[in-house]
Design a protein around this ligand. Structure first.
Ligand SMILES: *[C@@H]1O[C@H](CO)[C@@H](O)[C@H](O)[C@H]1NC(C)=O
Ligand SMILES: *[C@@H]1O[C@H](CO)[C@@H](O)[C@H](O)[C@H]1NC(C)=O
Ligand SMILES: *[C@@H]1O[C@H](CO)[C@@H](O)[C@H](O)[C@H]1NC(C)=O
Ligand SMILES: *[C@@H]1O[C@H](CO)[C@@H](O)[C@H](O)[C@H]1NC(C)=O
Length: 131
């Protein structure tokens, strides 16, 4: 488990640093929630929208960290159906409600929520979507 956690930190750290270099951040508190408008989706090709597959309804963001793996938060899956095909991962778009020829949709095979995720303290608020 420790190895996996270190991988999370390493990958997320790199992705975060890359992302930061494309936007003008002047307030640390808005880096994850809030944020700023992205003018060109090629700056953040790893960003995905995580959705309820049956309703195409966005509920969380995610980060592509490997060919078939998206990094997400654990709290996104509290009381949620994570059976295969229930979750859609949508990539390639700049606007959440606008599909284009570049839209790519994949469906989950599995969702792995950190086994020590604590809903009260929010510790280990991390999950992986395998598709
Ligand atoms: C987005 O950025 C890519 C890579 O830098 C560039 O090729 C493309 O022309 C840009 N698109 C727009 C709409 O600015
Ligand atoms: C999607 O929405 C439907 C209708 O509200 C709900 O029954 C289902 O559990 C939801 N699935 C997910 C993965 O959120
Ligand atoms: C999307 O793909 C269709 C079919 O290949 C094509 O006719 C259309 O011009 C494309 N739209 C854009 C905006 O590239
Ligand atoms: C979860 O966090 C709360 C609040 O910090 C703490 O009281 C509780 O013991 C934690 N639960 C576990 C299983 O660690």
């Amino acid at each position: 488990m420790l190895k996996t956690e270190l991988l999370f930190i390493a990958v997320f750290g790199v992705v975060f640093v890359i992302g930061q270099s494309f936007i003008d951040v002047d307030d640390d508190d808005t880096r994850i929630v809030g944020g700023e408008a992205v003018v060109n989706r090629s700056y953040f090709p790893f960003q995905v929208s995580v959705r309820n597959a049956s309703r195409n309804r966005h509920f969380c963001g995610g980060t592509i960290i490997a060919e078939r793996v998206v990094l997400c938060a654990a709290h996104c899956f509290t009381n949620r159906d994570t059976s295969p095909g229930a979750i859609a991962v949508v990539a390639g778009d700049l606007y959440i409600f606008e599909e284009t020829n570049d839209t790519v949709v994949r469906y989950n095979k599995n969702v792995i929520v950190h086994e020590q995720y604590n809903r009260t303290s929010n510790e280990n608020d991390i999950s992986l979507i395998i598709f």
